[in-house]
Design a protein around this ligand. Sequence first.
Ligand code: SAM
Ligand code: DTB
Ligand code: SF4
Length: 330
Amino acid sequence: MNTEIRNNWTLDEIREIYFSPVLELMNRASNVHAKYNTTGEVQVCTLLSVKTGGCSEDCSYCPQAARYNTGVEAHKLMTYESVINNALDAKNGGSTRFCMGAAWRNVRDNSDFDNVIDMVKGVNAIGLEVCCTLGMLTEQQAQRLKEAGLYAYNHNLDTSDEHYGEIISTRTYKDRLETLDNVEKAGLSVCCGGIIGLGETDDDRIKLLHTLATREQHPESVPVNALVSVKGTPLEGREKVQVWDMVRMIATARVLMPKAMVRLSAGRNEMNYEQQALCFLAGANSIFTGEKLLTTPNPGFDADKEMFALLGLKPRESFKAEKEKEVALT
Ligand code: SAM
Ligand code: DTB
Ligand code: SF4
């Protein structure tokens, strides 16, 4: 089996992988995972919404868009102290990556951004890998985040270019791709994935994976989210994503992007341990833990500790990729 790292996948090749019988697909993904990564090792990340609600965008899945009545109130940016306290709790709970999210369309060069820069410095000083997801960015803003010690930037493409307009009208796919380029130019790791359950076809999922897997550099991490269908959003009442769809998406991502951290992201609250185990077998090696994602419920540290013990999973240490690079150079 050919398991070299490739950036020239064709849509047909991806279709063949995606549509293969699910157990064969899982087996293939497991083999790729074992070749490139430490199986059974899972990165534990914590999310914190540092600026919640009141967003001007119209992302139809999002409880934080100001135009939908979802019950999520708009808040100001959190204080430095409370962010640092949350980061310390996350570290004590076993997290190694801390991701700060803001309900912004894009970053502006104002005092809020100055404060986020300080938060990045503070969380970095605690020894956590720091990630931010703040909306669209210029190259200069990405550079400032990098200088402050940011490790990764999350910016999802969500779905295919073709389906994007059905989900969001206030920005384009091209806008998202530009931010990803700016993030890369600043030397930050890219965290980029999508959501399933948005009414997309299998081909939309395949096209999203194609866009990610044919980037010159595969994203360092690829979050696979199942839609959390929130009351008041246009996607309220959507059918729950089937676990086999998650498995297919995760396994295909693993085969295409062998070294990426494939993150079993939103949707875990509706999954039992057995279903999550299938996702780990399919090559997922990262989760968000803590009782909340940004605004919706998520399994807490204790439930995840129990699952780790039950499945024999081990949390991945922080900055592991960097440490391995250093060892290789000495
Ligand atoms: N405002 C920034 C942006 O849109 O890039 C950052 C925060 S935004 C909430 C981060 C990501 O969360 C979105 O790109 C989307 O992929 C995911 N997300 C938001 N609402 C979701 C939901 N209801 N279900 C699953 N994923 C969701
Ligand atoms: C990602 O791909 N999923 C996370 C993180 N990146 C920022 C966010 C999920 C949000 C789910 C809805 C909510 O909690 O508001
Ligand atoms: Fe705003 Fe981000 Fe939510 Fe879209 S996903 S409405 S940009 S917070």
